[in-house]
Design a protein around this ligand. Sequence first.
Ligand code: TPP
Length: 690
Amino acid sequence: MQFDRNFLSNETLIELYKKLLFPRMIEEKMLLLLRQGKISKWFSGIGQEAISVGATYALQPDEWIMPLHRNLGVFTGRNMPLHKLFQQWQGAEDGYSKGRERSFHFGSKEHFICGMISHLGPQLAIADGVSLAYKLKKQQKVSLAFTGEGGTSEGDFHEALNVAAVWDLPVIFIIENNGYGLSTPVSEQYRCKNLVDKAIGFGIEGVQIDGNNILSVYETIKGIREYCIQNQKPYLVECMTFRMRGHEEASGIKYVPKEMFEQWIEKDPIKNFERFLMEEGILTNPAVADIRNEIKQHIEQEIKQPLTPEGKIYNGSAGGNQINQRELKDIYAKRSTENKNIGSKYTESSGINIASQPDRKFEFPPSGDRGPLRFIDAIKEGLQQSMLQYPNLILMGQDIAEYGGAFKITEGFVNEFGKERVRNTPLCESAIVGAALGLSLEGFKTVMEMQFADFVTVGFNQIINNLAKIHYRWDQNADVVIRMPTGAGVGAGPFHSQSNEAWFAHTPGLKVVYPSTSHDAKGLLMAAINDPNPVMYFEHKALYRSITGVVPEEYYEVEIGKARQVRTGHDVSIITYGMGVIWATEYADAHPEISIDILDLRTLLPLDYKAIRTSVNNTGKVLMLHEDTLTGGIGGEVAAWIVQNCFEFLDAPVMRCASLDTPVPFNIELEKSFLAKSRLEEMIQKLINY
Ligand SMILES: Cc1ncc(C[n+]2csc(CCOP(=O)(O)OP(=O)(O)O)c2C)c(N)n1
């Protein structure tokens, strides 16, 4: 192995040596503890340390890194206190994830390390968002994301690199090519000669280097960092290395030919660098022994604190109920008090200055000077006012810029707010949701327009596993709103008509809102944007231009989590939301002989149980109505809650009126009989006559 010290001082070389040795020695200790049953799982990076250590050393400490499961050197490279890392790995309360996450699935805002999720690939697009934030703030910074060669087969790899290329983002993507993905050799993973060749396909630069040579890694990444900043471009680096242990400690290494180990042990990053430093006279045998001894002492000292005699994993002294209260509380980020009174006037609230922001020239008509607004215009106005309110609010979506979006909601926005803040995206929902999360890491807010709610399936993983869980996992919020043009009734067939709100209402950490009036459309959108948590905002396409309503001109919010009593009655309650509110109201208008109580849930997660209870109490007969299909819909959840909590008010079984359990058909007649509305009369009569 050839080392080129360039202009590095002896002190720097020794520091690098110590940084390289440190994770190795921690790992050796961890393997021991694993055998003693004091930790439960370990993913080893032995043999690959030069990559994490060299790359981290080449970055500034406040530049975000997105590490994976073999990157201990990133965590130690950022000088995270070792005792706290041990606490983390033990699942202790004082660890970085309060015992909620295992191994390396945690991050730390303080150290600019973004915690991975098991799915690997999604890390990459988060780096895009962080670098976009740097770019918008005109900061001279890069972000850096790791992937294994196995992870390059995921669509997320393609999407993230493509977005970085198209948006000219300063991101360093590092592939750690260690020969195997779990047990799959590279010959069964990809067909190209070198993974770095993929850079050409994305129109970006790339280089392949020896990942076991600490100086190559450090010097290369340092140079690439300069390149990325100066040219505002991404870069792909393929680091050739080898995994000296199993995928994780329990899985063994039988599938790896012995010769491979013999070959790669010769290329061990630490042994080789040590030999080089000795040959150069920079280190001596006694000096190496001293360094090892010093690190050993440090590890023993730090480990004492978390490892209790019984190897206790969690301090349950608080008691189950109290623990659960705390666990539930940490699902959502708290809204800061500072922006609670937002709306009294338009203020610069973020402190983030986006250069070249065009002059603001939105003019709202003077109070009382306008008629009712269409649903679509209310959404538009909510977005406009939020853009004025938050200079750090970015809109992203397919065709939302000059074209104005599939439904023209953002028409004219580019002229008013500029292309930096109103961003057309390539066709890649997953990477854009990931990028939105990256923006959030750097203090931005994002509203992403899903062109149709149906397309969320290809961004699902990022929403369910990254956005929703991140605050609970390591205290990082995802300040992202996803607009979901949803619903049927317009003859658009199975892939442009679905109601998929229930998928998200089942996911702790998300909020799900679904307005049914112009007033609520604007107010809930403002509230969603003010909320620091990920909010799924459902907007029914068939309501866009079919309903109007009085909408205050000023900035206001409709509180998330509060239902709306549409009308009060004593015969039967219809509990519903979205299009269901329109159907229920039409029905009630047409049947003045029945006294109907209508509750518009407005928020599906979290539900307003108090309002539900009141409505049940008003009538004793409840019909749950929604456009979504029957099985597994929100109606089932609400019905179960009512039966369990309001049984004494009931005079009949809770009934559900929902759409047919089929995909949404295209033919208008088929669609009509699919929709819940076609069974509303029948269900109400059934309930009344019970
Ligand atoms: C989406 C997804 N599929 C499968 C897995 C299971 N899994 C965990 S690690 C791994 C192999 C990853 O290989 P590579 O990216 O080369 O990284 P390495 O572990 O070799 O460092 C697999 C298949 C996973 N975590 N996520």
